[in-house]
Design a binder for this molecule. Structure first.
Ligand SMILES: Cc1ncc(COP(=O)(O)O)c(C=O)c1O
Length: 399
């Protein structure tokens, strides 16, 4: 007699874990390319520049010099020190290297930050539209996501009143992201001061995702951690992916409140053991080496930002606020008469322009697209011209 095996089921947690639509749109765009179609990629959130040569050289040298074994879980002392010095200088904050933990990317800190602090029943306030991983991991942890809407009306920020309305005795964590993906909006010093005043009365943690802190165009970066009493409660997350065009190296770091250093290190030990040491040594070079290539990249992003925003504002039914940081434009497309997902699909299939629907970043992203301007000026100009044709066609059909 043969016994039939019971079908194996996934954990219930997996049903709550979301994903990042950018990877799904990229796969659809690649499938079109495999059929011979040309696609302009504006969906991907990574610099189109190569990693600066001095950083690559430092990494290669480190591999050759034999840095190919396990290393301390929270990171190499020299990188932890370089990160602490960098944060102390750039954020004007006294950061001790003992608080700095290194991981393969900034992303693990979003996961570990929530896992280390939140239980089922806890509430987590997070920006919406925002990086989709926030809501995904909050739900996976069984906590309750409480969206904080970022509206065009407030320059893609929020007001202190909106935050106050969402704070309850169950609020365990507040996530902030400035400069923000997908909107390019920022939380300025005035708003951070109000946040500090409000949170003074709440014993919750903060996670400040600052991976775009050095990609600012018209403003100085202000970190919430610098405000009254918040340094000891804030997980300040940064990374190398964006600033140094190092997305594939997988390297990030966080300055953590002292009580979270050991738990987050334990999560690292349970998951990845450590971050490859040769990659970390490339990170030391990134922080301490010349910044000429980085400055040139940023100047080019500014040029492209100005061009794409002007192009978007010239399209019928489309309007776009000037992003203040990162490398994304988040145009309002409600005047086209189509929803965000529908328009993104039309652009991809009719025009060969891959963009993300604002709803890929949460319900409050409806009515918007996210376009990454980490692409050549020629491609951006072509994309605007394709969009003009697609939008015109939609309007002809509608009339
Ligand atoms: C807001 C935000 N946080 C974190 C990350 C993850 O960065 P990393 O490549 O360092 O894991 C991204 C990447 O797109 C991002 O946009």
């Amino acid at each position: 007699m043969t016994t039939k095996a019971m079908p194996a089921a996934l954990s219930t947690g997996m049903q709550r874990l979301g994903t990042e639509t950018a990877f799904e749109v990229l796969a659809r765009a690649r499938a079109l390319e495999a059929q011979g179609r040309r696609v302009i990629h504006l969906e991907i959130g990574e610099p189109d520049f190569g990693t600066p040569a001095n950083i690559v050289e430092a990494g290669v040298r480190a591999f050759r010099d034999g840095h190919t074994h396990y290393c301390p879980a929270p990171g190499l002392p020299e990188l932890r020190e370089a990160c602490a010095e960098h944060l102390t200088r750039h954020r004007r904050l006294p950061i001790d290297p003992g608080r700095v933990v290194v991981a393969p990317g900034a992303k693990p800190f979003l996961f570990f930050g929530v896992v280390a602090t939140c239980d089922p029943g806890d509430e987590v306030i997070y920006p919406n539209p925002g990086f989709p991983i926030y809501e995904s991991v909050i739900r996976w942890a069984g906590a309750t996501p409480v969206p904080l809407p970022l509206s065009e009306e407030h320059g893609f920020a929020f007001t202190a009143e909106q935050l106050a309305e969402r704070l309850t005795p169950r609020t365990k964590l507040v996530i902030l992201n400035s400069p923000a993906n997908p909107t390019g909006g920022i939380v300025d010093a005035g708003l951070n001061a109000e946040i500090a005043r409000l949170l003074g009365e709440h014993g919750c943690w903060l996670l400040s995702d600052e991976v775009y802190a050095e990609m600012l165009y018209d403003a100085d970066h202000d970190t919430v951690a610098a405000h009254q009493g918040l340094l000891d409660r804030t997980m300040l997350v940064d990374g190398f992916s964006k600033t140094f065009a190092m997305t594939g190296w997988r390297l990030g770091y966080a300055a953590l409140p002292e009580p979270l250093v050991e738990p987050v290190t334990r999560l690292l030990i349970n998951s990845v053991s450590c971050t490859p040491p040769a990659i970390q040594l490339a990170g030391v070079e990134a922080l301490n080496g010349p910044r000429t290539e980085i400055d040139a990249m940023l100047a080019e992003f500014r040029r492209r930002r100005d061009a794409i925003v002007e192009g978007l504002n010239s399209l019928p039914g489309v309007s776009c606020l000037m992003p203040r940081g990162a490398f994304y434009a988040f145009p309002n497309i409600t005047g086209t008469g189509l929803g965000a997902k529908e328009l993104a699909d039309r652009l991809l299939y009719d025009g060969g322009v891959a963009a993300l629907a604002g709803t890929a970043f949460g319900d409050y992203g409806e009515g918007h697209l996210r376009l990454s301007y980490a692409n050549s000026m020629e491609n951006l100009e072509e994309a605007i011209s394709v969009m003009r044709d697609v939008v015109a066609e939609i309007q002809v059909v509608a009339s």
